[in-house]
Design a protein around this ligand. Sequence first.
Ligand SMILES: *[C@@H]1O[C@H](CO)[C@@H](O)[C@H](O)[C@H]1NC(C)=O
Ligand SMILES: *[C@@H]1O[C@H](CO)[C@@H](O)[C@H](O)[C@H]1NC(C)=O
Ligand SMILES: *[C@@H]1O[C@H](CO)[C@@H](O)[C@H](O)[C@H]1NC(C)=O
Ligand SMILES: *[C@@H]1O[C@H](CO)[C@@H](O)[C@H](O)[C@H]1NC(C)=O
Ligand SMILES: *[C@@H]1O[C@H](CO)[C@@H](O)[C@H](O)[C@H]1NC(C)=O
Ligand SMILES: *[C@@H]1O[C@H](CO)[C@@H](O)[C@H](O)[C@H]1NC(C)=O
Ligand SMILES: *[C@@H]1O[C@H](CO)[C@@H](O)[C@H](O)[C@H]1NC(C)=O
Ligand SMILES: *[C@@H]1O[C@H](CO)[C@@H](O)[C@H](O)[C@H]1NC(C)=O
Ligand SMILES: *[C@@H]1O[C@H](CO)[C@@H](O)[C@H](O)[C@H]1NC(C)=O
Ligand SMILES: *[C@@H]1O[C@H](CO)[C@@H](O)[C@H](O)[C@H]1NC(C)=O
Ligand SMILES: *[C@@H]1O[C@H](CO)[C@@H](O)[C@H](O)[C@H]1NC(C)=O
Ligand SMILES: *[C@@H]1O[C@H](CO)[C@@H](O)[C@H](O)[C@H]1NC(C)=O
Length: 632
Amino acid sequence: MIRLRVSVLATTLIAQVCAAQSVGWQADQVNTTMCQWVTPRAGVVRDTVYIDGGYLWWEPGLADGTYGTPVSDGNPLGLVYLLNFSLPFQTSQDFNQTSLFTNISKAANGGAANNIGPNYYDGTMFANDYEWFTYGGLLAMTDAFQPPPSDSVAAYEVYASGPPKRFEPGFILDSLPSGMTRYVTYGAGVSVPSENLGFYFGGLKSETGGEIYQYPANESLNADYLSPTLIELDMTIQQQEKWTNHTLPTTVPGRASAELVWLPVSEKGILVGIGGVINPSYATINQTNNATDDAASTRQSPLFMSTVSVYDIANQVWYEQETTGAPGALAQGCTVVASAEDSSSHNIYWYGGFDGIHPQGDFNDDVWVLSIPSFIWVKLSTGTAAHARAGHRCVKPYPDQMFVIGGYTSQAGLSLNCVEGGIIQVFNLSSGEWLDSYDPKVSSNYQVPDLVVSKIGGNGTGGATLSAPSPTGFASPNMTALLGSAYNSSKITNWYPYAAATPTSSGRPTVLPPPVHNKSGTPSYLAPVLAVILGLFFITLVILAILLWRRRRLLRMNRTTTGSEAATVDNRFWVTSWLRSTPADAKAPTMTTDETPVTVDEYGMPYVLPEAGGAQVHEMMGTFPPDKQVQT
Ligand SMILES: *[C@@H]1O[C@H](CO)[C@@H](O)[C@H](O)[C@H]1NC(C)=O
Ligand SMILES: *[C@@H]1O[C@H](CO)[C@@H](O)[C@H](O)[C@H]1NC(C)=O
Ligand SMILES: *[C@@H]1O[C@H](CO)[C@@H](O)[C@H](O)[C@H]1NC(C)=O
Ligand SMILES: *[C@@H]1O[C@H](CO)[C@@H](O)[C@H](O)[C@H]1NC(C)=O
Ligand SMILES: *[C@@H]1O[C@H](CO)[C@@H](O)[C@H](O)[C@H]1NC(C)=O
Ligand SMILES: *[C@@H]1O[C@H](CO)[C@@H](O)[C@H](O)[C@H]1NC(C)=O
Ligand SMILES: *[C@@H]1O[C@H](CO)[C@@H](O)[C@H](O)[C@H]1NC(C)=O
Ligand SMILES: *[C@@H]1O[C@H](CO)[C@@H](O)[C@H](O)[C@H]1NC(C)=O
Ligand SMILES: *[C@@H]1O[C@H](CO)[C@@H](O)[C@H](O)[C@H]1NC(C)=O
Ligand SMILES: *[C@@H]1O[C@H](CO)[C@@H](O)[C@H](O)[C@H]1NC(C)=O
Ligand SMILES: *[C@@H]1O[C@H](CO)[C@@H](O)[C@H](O)[C@H]1NC(C)=O
Ligand SMILES: *[C@@H]1O[C@H](CO)[C@@H](O)[C@H](O)[C@H]1NC(C)=O
């Protein structure tokens, strides 16, 4: 049996000019800064946050001391960025936060990744302590590459778990079970490492549940119907992960761009769905709501803050719980959870976002806390419109600190403004203050903030006197036992404290061997390969990105590649390797394909021999026209 391995080598242009900015530098450019990162997906594996997809904008610093117009390139190299919690940094303008990020590429030798791992906008990343999976999101509609199949999901295995097996860290294209697709976006994702679970709540799909795009050619390819599903990923057994598509009960209304959090209570914990909107303007085909949709959103969306959806994971039961003191409608914010030392309260922090229907209005810069089990909202920090952002992600490196990563600013005015203070912001969850630096050597236990204590009783270490919403009580008598029973906290592995490291602009956090590996399953398939002319693609995307920013609908290209052999091919999974060494330089746009014999390993798993030891049947090298499909 034959497995096709693809390595698309970089063009001279890209290979020589990309230095921490994957887009080509301008002639008079002297430096670059991450400016905005619009709805990436992120997940934490142990000591590192992995950030994939979204639209990353870079601000070029020019030789004359000025800054050029920010640029974005659609990430043709398929870079996934890594931020290691061991790196200290500051959130001042003088500190180069951009240099903190390392990257791994979905493409071999730093080449183009679009055939293999194209860049998704939105969607989610499910992570446990060993691996991460991406799910959902939108692809740009372009004829530069063929979209992956409807059941395709990309994953990255970092560490081995479970029984001994042949394992190499690396990137994997896995497939969803029959009846499930990747065609959902703007859902609310959460990872539960201690249960090896991930969930994606609600979001939007197309009318038919078929393929969806960012800025689609027509309404039938647009995701603007509420998806009444909870998608579950069980990562308990590595390489035998299980996907489940649960239909939400009618009592739990669908919504877009909400947040989902996990709280450590009872047997497997509970999920809480918070915020979101029903008719986000960014999900309409022309990026503009009509008055009817705006009015419906204005009426419905605040209810997602004042009544939250609670899911008992172990019993698969939903509850709709009223809260008190809720902020108004917010979507595209971020959340983290901090529990009092004695678990008498679990405090959900919500930062930023906007109402989902006024992208040119002020965004939100406040930090709100929803304390549970009292279900009381407390406004912990009041921000400024200039510092506000939406479409960012939050992670919690230490019990008392939250990182805000990425995001975009209000689209008021004509120019794109970078997020104020840097692409990473740090918040002290105990004091409710923004910090101007992060140091892996500095952390404390979480203290319930005084403002929250004043509402729920007790003190910083817990002892909350409110154990139920008052005066309304719980939505169901079941919830008293659910929220009152403790989670087995020894299931939770903490990876802090992190050894302090010095940032190096070129260094990578770990040396990953160049693997060729695979998952279980039928390896028999033939995969089509599209070569890409990188230069053309790059120019197209830069123009595209600028135009998209002006909220114009423009990509109406007909995809010339549909109806190819791809559709008939059993594309169950597609393994590529992270070839991290040997950067391609001074090479013309070139694509090589290797046919590598597949053998069976000691566990009966089909296995592709590594490059060095593998007997290559042949190697083709050549330059192909952009839409030429190579089949072996
Ligand atoms: C990605 O990592 C490589 C190797 O460390 C580095 O040379 C390149 O500048 C990085 N690219 C970006 C866009 O950060
Ligand atoms: C920050 O560092 C990166 C690489 O480490 C560099 O490419 C970039 O130009 C620097 N940005 C600034 C503003 O100095
Ligand atoms: C980056 O370039 C800008 C514009 O020339 C300059 O003002 C700024 O000081 C540079 N940053 C660094 C860290 O060199
Ligand atoms: C979930 O299942 C429903 C009902 O079978 C189906 O209509 C929907 O497309 C599925 N959703 C996804 C994202 O696979
Ligand atoms: C929408 O666009 C797709 C792709 O261009 C095309 O196949 C489909 O027929 C179009 N649908 C309508 C209703 O125009
Ligand atoms: C408003 O837009 C929605 C689709 O976004 C459409 O279904 C509805 O008919 C429109 N209403 C009016 C009054 O134009
Ligand atoms: C955008 O779509 C809405 C609803 O579909 C429609 O009411 C509005 O006229 C459209 N605006 C433009 C500029 O096409
Ligand atoms: C956060 O605030 C608390 C309470 O003021 C303080 O004890 C703790 O040291 C702070 N943490 C950091 C990292 O600054
Ligand atoms: C908080 O209250 C508990 C008991 O109510 C007490 O033991 C503890 O010392 C208090 N902690 C602080 C920091 O006051
Ligand atoms: C209470 O929980 C049980 C399962 O634990 C469930 O069957 C029942 O529907 C729940 N009751 C309510 C009112 O949700
Ligand atoms: C709690 O979890 C740990 C680790 O999984 C396990 O060893 C232990 O038996 C569990 N305790 C209870 C009471 O279930
Ligand atoms: C993060 O940095 C620490 C300290 O340099 C290092 O030991 C660790 O391996 C890094 N993590 C990853 C995933 O590279």
